[in-house]
Design a protein around this ligand. Structure first.
Ligand code: NI
Length: 178
């Protein structure tokens, strides 16, 4: 395993359309997944998409810490491959997001509140799951990475964009609707 370099905003790999994964069980993809797990643990985020480590494949990993989970129970680290997202309602909600490719900053981003995720896991087994809350937000953020979209491209109001250290000092309440 290896800790991989993380691409930062401005690198063209983050703007590319990533390619579908055709052989999930290949040594190349399995090694990539293992390296991404190690990279995420080292970097300390909640999600990491393959383009962020210069691998233009349609896959990401994520987890939800218990403190951020709707149910209070953590969602353990998992792999999501070839994801397709369908919004289950038109409702959107603002929430704070950061990105390992945009270090030190966070912003309020509107996302669908309820989505259906259809994808494959690391064994190539297809699954469909309905998601809400912070987990739905993470999955939308990571799927955006596979389509060359970074969270600033989704922002509706740039007042809710700042450095983590300043936003920690001066907490900024979010409006219900933007
Ligand atoms: Ni990100």
């Amino acid at each position: 395993m290896a800790i991989l370099k993380i691409a930062r905003m401005g690198h063209p790999v983050l703007l590319a359309q990533a390619q579908p994964v055709t052989d999930i069980l290949s040594p190349e993809i399995q090694r990539l997944l293992a390296d991404m797990v190690e990279t995420l643990e080292d970097a300390g985020g909640v999600g990491l998409a393959a383009p962020q480590v210069f691998a233009s494949h349609r896959l990401f990993i994520y987890y939800v810490p218990a403190s951020r989970a709707d149910t209070g129970t953590q969602v353990p680290l998992r792999a999501v491959i070839n994801p397709v997202i369908t919004p289950l309602s038109e409702d959107t909600i603002l929430g704070w997001e950061g990105c390992l490719s945009i270090p030190g900053l966070r912003a309020a981003v509107p996302r669908f509140t309820h989505i259906r995720l259809t994808a494959e896991d690391e064994d190539g087994t297809p699954f469909t799951q309905d998601l809400s809350g912070f987990e739905a937000r993470i999955v939308q953020h990571e799927t955006d990475h596979l389509n060359g979209t970074l969270y600033p491209m989704r922002m509706a109001d740039f007042r809710y964009f700042g450095f983590n250290e300043e936003l920690d000092r001066f907490p900024l309440p979010l409006p219900e609707i933007l």
